[in-house]
Design a protein around this ligand. Structure first.
Ligand code: ADP
Ligand code: ADP
Length: 233
């Protein structure tokens, strides 16, 4: 079954005259190992789509399935557990804690999940190696470049074998070259079996994805044929 499936998702914020239809009848199915780009102008519903896909918000109607399991059938506790175990997020502002080193930032979610400190530190070290930052393990976020911070955020999202990565404008604050390095990194992970859904308004970056879904006014148009893009790393 697909890693992630959205069925007829609708999201309405507010009510009455303040009502906003952020998403209308969105269907999306993402297979293991796929990298899907969600493109669209500001306010089109990309972030809403990602937060619903990651069960950070409930849809007004429709169904979300992760690894074939409908989220609606789960208790809140089960949903939280599912998120911690399977889903990693990368947000535009990275959300790194300034008082913790790169390694500590990555180990924290594992420790919160009950993993022993030494094991979490070991997993963090491996994750930093994977993103090419082994040398920066003991640096604090403000001692890292924008691109390096972004790679720490990706390492944190994927630590603990979480296989679905949701990234909202993962290159938003980065220059083109660095943004491309981040996308290449995501591609590497997808080649190893992780799955990524990334929201971006940058067509050049979206060209790296296997598939591009366009969102406009809350309606998604799935481009099943991938656009011509860079073939390999
Ligand atoms: P994008 O990520 O493409 O910029 P969003 O998903 O953030 O789009 O927003 C889609 C629409 O939903 C916009 O009109 C936005 O103003 C509205 N919206 C998003 N979040 C909220 C919220 N929490 N409350 C009310 N309206 C919201
Ligand atoms: P900046 O310092 O400009 O913010 P980065 O720290 O992201 O940029 O470094 C960008 C450079 O690092 C790119 O030239 C890219 O080739 C290289 N790079 C990106 N990802 C990795 C990786 N996983 N391992 C090793 N090098 C990488």
């Amino acid at each position: 079954s697909p890693v992630l499936e959205l069925r007829e998702i609708t999201k309405v914020y507010g009510s009455g005259p303040a009502e906003v239809h952020a998403l209308t009848g969105v269907n999306l199915s993402v297979r293991a190992g796929e990298m899907v780009a969600v493109m669209g102008p500001s306010g089109s519903g990309k972030s809403t789509l990602l937060t619903i896909a990651g069960s950070l918000e409930r849809p007004t109607s429709g169904e979300v399935l992760v690894e074939g399991v409908p989220l609606a059938g789960m208790s809140r506790a089960e949903q939280a557990r599912m998120r911690r175990r399977h889903v990693g997020y990368v947000f535009q502002d990275f959300n790194l804690l300034p008082g913790l080193t790169a390694a500590e930032n990555i180990a924290l979610p594992l420790e919160l999940d009950g993993v022993k400190a030494r094991k979490a530190a070991e997993a963090a070290r491996r994750a930093l190696e994977q993103v090419g930052l082994a040398e920066q393990a003991t640096r604090f976020p403000d001692e890292l470049s924008g691109g390096q911070r972004q790679r720490v955020a990706i390492a944190r999202a994927l630590v603990g074998e979480r296989r679905l990565l949701l990234a909202d404008e993962p290159s938003g604050a980065l220059d083109t070259r660095t943004g491309e390095a981040v996308i290449r990194l995501l591609r590497t992970f997808c080649k190893k079996g992780a799955t990524a859904v990334l929201a971006t308004h940058d067509a050049q970056l979206a060209a790296w994805a296997d598939r591009v879904v366009f969102v406009r006014d809350g309606v998604a148009i799935d481009q099943t044929a991938p656009p011509a893009g860079p073939e390999s790393l």
